[in-house]
Design a protein. Structure first.
Length: 54
């Protein structure tokens, strides 16, 4: 996973209380515990993100 870039939401303002998304859009992690990742199917993640935009 070292070659993937993890992104925090811009609203986090540098805090470590957020969920991060990997650049490949198939894993998420808690910024407080970055050694643990959760694999997520891209279609499920896309559906979730779309529901947040409503």
């Amino acid at each position: 996973m070292a070659d993937n870039c993890w992104r925090k939401p811009s609203q986090s303002e540098g805090e470590s209380n957020c969920v991060e998304l990997v650049s490949t859009l198939d894993e998420v992690r808690d910024s407080k515990n970055p050694s643990v990742t959760l694999s997520v199917p891209r279609t499920s993640l896309a559906t979730f993100l779309a529901s947040l935009k409503r």
